[in-house]
Write a protein that binds this ligand. Structure first.
Ligand SMILES: [Zn+2]
Length: 124
């Protein structure tokens, strides 16, 4: 149990540090690491624009975040659902089971792949 608590604490600390970094520094105008996939291929991966989108989300500029990475913004409710399903698994075991259903996971993966293809066709 202590190991699990230490892991969660480490994740929370890292998340808070990243929130501070992305809140204070704008990746659009600051030197941030570039996507290696984009650098190598010239194609945008599903995560391209995420750093800039996170910065905009932290400043509540939802529309601008959507322009940088629409998939990230649209997946936030899914992420919240997954976190809640995990945190409430004792009270709502069926919700937890649904969130770890392979069909659900494959559906998310399919959406990511469709996003990957569409954004490179239309230049999003
Ligand atoms: Zn990328």
């Amino acid at each position: 149990m202590n190991r699990k608590r230490a892991t969660v604490t480490a994740i929370v600390i890292v998340a808070l540090i990243l929130i501070v970094i992305y809140g204070l520094l704008d990746p659009a105008s600051t030197r941030f690491p570039r996507c290696p996939f984009f650098q190598l291929t010239g194609f945008k991966c599903p995560g391209c624009g995420s750093q800039r989108a996170i910065h905009q989300l932290l400043h509540l500029n939802i529309a601008q975040a959507f322009r940088y990475n629409a998939c990230l913004v649209l997946f936030l409710p899914v992420l919240i659902f997954l976190i809640l399903a995990d945190r409430l698994k004792v009270r709502y075991p069926r919700l937890y089971a649904a969130s770890y259903n392979p069909a659900f996971s494959w559906s998310l993966f399919a959406v990511l792949m469709i996003w990957f293809i569409i954004r490179n066709i239309f230049g999003w």
